[in-house]
Design a protein around this ligand. Sequence first.
Ligand code: URA
Length: 281
Amino acid sequence: MAAASEPLDPALQSLVAFWRDAGVDALYEEAPVDRTLTQPKPEVRPIARIAAATAAAPVAAMSAARAPDVSAGIAEAHRLAAQAQDLDQLKEAIAAFEGCPLRYEGARQAVFARGNPQAEVMVIGEAPGADEDAQGFPFVGRAGKLLDRMLSAAGLTERVFITNTVYWRPPGNRTPSPQEQATCAPFLERAITLVRPRILLLAGGASAKFVLKRNEGILALRGNWFEWRAEQGGIVLPALPTLHPAFLLRQPQAKKKAWADLLSLTERLDQTPSEALQTET
Ligand code: URA
């Protein structure tokens, strides 16, 4: 196997590009492997040694091991996010962040956001997919095109900022885990603080459940207004869960529910005076 720094053989590169263009974006072995039988037992290390190693150099330890510790990752995300003074710096901070496990599972690049940096509405999706991973922007594939058409029909195109709960594509487009979302959450909260939207629109169950800390499914949550509170305090915003556009592509008959959600959102936007940010009292 080639070392990580060696360029790929051109013939191999072209073969990989061929399969990618044909829609093959994940590789699996033909036969299932029972890893409970074949994996060597993990080394048992005394807790004191682990604590000393991670306390000494948490980020270096993360990149060396390629298996970041979740709490070290969250702490590092908080530190980096707090330093970002604007959205460009936040994008750079995310690209430099080594604490999210998804970064090491085949993603090509970090995918942060697109849209109006002073938007009144922040749309928060679940995770980048293959098109987003290739282009570096959220919601640019088929689901994104549908989202754009719906936002345009509701007159919201210029009024939204679009991002996700995680910034790297989960392999095989699986749902991001709550741990992966937790390591990226300080960046999301910082994005909300910097953009100062008036409303959050949560697209899909994995977004709504994580952002609102709820257990119900998206069909129960959608269309209902919730209050989102920043963990760091100081901000309270109305949040509306809605159906994910990828779900609408599979179940077009559900589009009327998503449309009703968008109408509820525009009604609230136009009713509420344009306070820049609600602050906790
Ligand atoms: N689905 C999402 O939730 N986000 C994207 O950016 C693309 C697809």
